[in-house]
Design a protein around this ligand. Sequence first.
Ligand SMILES: *Cc1c(COP(=O)(O)O)cnc(C)c1O
Length: 398
Amino acid sequence: MRIPFIKPDITQNEIDAVVDVLRSGWITTGPVTKNFEEELASYLDVPKVACVNSQTAGAELVLRLLGIGEGDEVILPAYTFTATCSVVEHVGATPVMIDSQIDSPEMDYNLLEEAITEKTKVIIPVDIAGIICDYPKIYQAIENKKYLFKAGQNKYQQLFNRIIILADTAHSLGAEINNVKAGNIADFSSFSFHAVKNLTTAEGGAVSWKKNSLLNAEEIYKELMLFSLHGQSIDALAKTQLGSWEYDIIEPLYKCNLSDIAAAIGYSQLKRYPKMLARRREIIRKYDEAFRALPLSTLNHFKDGQQSSGHLYFIRIDDFNEKERNEFIIKMAEKGISCNVHYKPLPMLSAYKKRGYIIEDYPNAFNYYKNLVTLPIYSTLTDTEVEYIISSIKKILK
Ligand SMILES: *Cc1c(COP(=O)(O)O)cnc(C)c1O
């Protein structure tokens, strides 16, 4: 049997939707993207959503909108994908990396609170594997250190008058806690629709902000659209309407809009998404049940009134070091099963070593990584494949 690590869940619906756009005469940002945004907003129960062409672009736009730059500090976990951190570098601010809690991929919130200085402007928590972070703790840390906060010239910094939370929700579309979805918890959230994510547009992303916040939804949306499309006063579609050719450029801004071709895939996926999520959760329960008797630990995807989005399934094999873990992955590959590791902590990567981060400062992140294996999990994974993965793991560990 051959089981890839990931397979996008594409049906005839997605194919037909893309063909419809191709035949429509309008293929870049237009009506389909706007529909997708509306459906997403209603799914997340937020006032509005702004689509862009990646999570990375979305998070970077929010940092720019908030006026984050040189001299500012942005707090984020050491245990994440590089995109969480690279956007901080892109805007010229300083990333402040936080170690994990013991035996958890989640930031240590005591260390987080200690790391807050008068330069801290934003915190970027990451809902790793689709499990929602402890946002009440993060808001509390911000409150406890509020006396240090100094708003810059930026109007949003002044409006919030405290550190702003920009969640990396690349993994957590559909995750919920006490019936509130990821995307409606942090001040801002940034989703990814990259090919390996739960819901895909091949490449794509979206920004949301929680409801009942101080923000004016229409205003933020307009600003994000300006930022994503050259700072152009009207979009390309509006320019095609009866004689309205004229536009202005408010600022020389960025270019990261989502095309209608991509949005068509997302729109079709979103209609099927509750079923896709249910399948992921079913697989998690099968894995959880089978692994209970084995010498390994797993994450709790259903803790404290929470349902994760089931984006990633980690196993951490008791007493394994990095080398033994790597050998295990090779043995799985020999059985035809592709596994992965999420993540090599940022301080172990050349780019961040060069910037002076050292893994010795992040012992919990290293310990979490060293014996971790990510198993295949996706909505098209069959019961037979799940059984085969489970039986292969049992054989190898024997
Ligand atoms: C995939 C991913 C991203 C980046 O998403 P893109 O849409 O490819 O920019 C960011 N953060 C995490 C945790 C991810 O897994």
